[in-house]
Design a binder for this molecule. Sequence first.
Ligand code: PLP
Length: 429
Amino acid sequence: MKYYSLNHNAPEVNFEQAVIQGLAPDKGLYFPKNISTLKPSFFENIESYSNEEIAYDAIKQFVGDEIPETELRKIIKETLSFDFPLVEVEKDIYSLELFHGPTMAFKDVGARFMSRCLAYFNKNNDQKNTVLVATSGDTGGAVASGFLGVKGVDVVILYPSGKVSDIQERQLTTLRQNIRALEVDGVFDDCQDMVKKAFLDNNLNFKNLTSANSINIARWLPQMFYFFFAYKTLKKHKKPLVVSCPSGNFGNICAGILAKKLGLPIAHFVASTNANDTVPKFLETGTYDPKPSKATISNAMDVGNPSNFIRIQEMYNNDLAKFEKDFSSYSFDDEETKVALKTIYNQNGYIAEPHGAVGYLGLKKELKNHPDAIGFFLETAHPIKFLDIVENVLNIKLPIPQQIESVLGKEKISTKIKTYEELKAFLKA
Ligand SMILES: *Cc1c(COP(=O)(O)O)cnc(C)c1O
């Protein structure tokens, strides 16, 4: 499969090059040149396929012959080493729980897939890649866990000092081996700026830097798997399906739309956002006007300029009318999110967390336009990852899951930095 840059000013590359580079040299996101729908019989018989078989059929065209079938099947098996339960939280509304992986957020899926692809590509050479990633919380932990011990890959994670939760910090500072954490005296945007600068710095070319954010196709593409899994479970209802994704960089929803392009029968998508409402405003006014991000209680979605929105526009050939038929986007503030957390808990006994609650709100709103439909929202993280808010709002005490327990006792190791020069010196050393 060939990939082109959405800035249209860089050569086409194959899957391997796109994964290793992350971003095209013209700073555009890579996009697959051809997308073929799967056979109707695949969807007719989907109940008889295992999750691993579904994932393989969904992704094989994007990998082509660059990873042999047995290897790709092994990568998928290791990626999907946990469950993706669909829980009914009220009549016709389901929560697709994506948080049963090692770091308890959906980012485990993409991080595990990408790390294993890189390991395969490095199998027979002495090439070293450095994965450089800025995190506001969840990405860092998932990348640290997914890449731990992967041959030929060093991981450097930048996080804002004092601005991630204790659990999140331990998930990215206690693993050792090929994972190193830089504690930046600043906010998330400072970390992000330093990472961007490093990618543009010719003095660092020798480090083969790549990103592990959803701009990387190997993080983005496997995120379509769980839309197929949910369909497999809900198909028996024979009703149109509405899907709501709590959205920040719009990687998840972009993967869902790709699944639809492959033929998955999803009637309508909702991108549910917090107060960072660039896309809902765009659908309302027709003007795309990105703003600096605002801090909210669903902080993994505090994104003012969602990086994957351009991929979604590409899938609709920038045809707004066609796009709006399939897609809505709504914004909810922190107060509404807290009320939703309480409603879901009090009426149904289900414990969501702020991101899932935003997804629930968007789904409820959109289902009013589809009286004959059923729907699911993505529950993107385990409530324990947002323990302070969940315990406060619901007035409950959450038990600590084993995945989290295992990092709590470990000692943090990080290197404090303040400036880009310090990052550069660290990478060169
Ligand atoms: C990253 C993240 C999101 C946002 O996902 P996108 O794919 O960037 O839209 C939502 N919820 C949680 C918990 C996250 O960690």
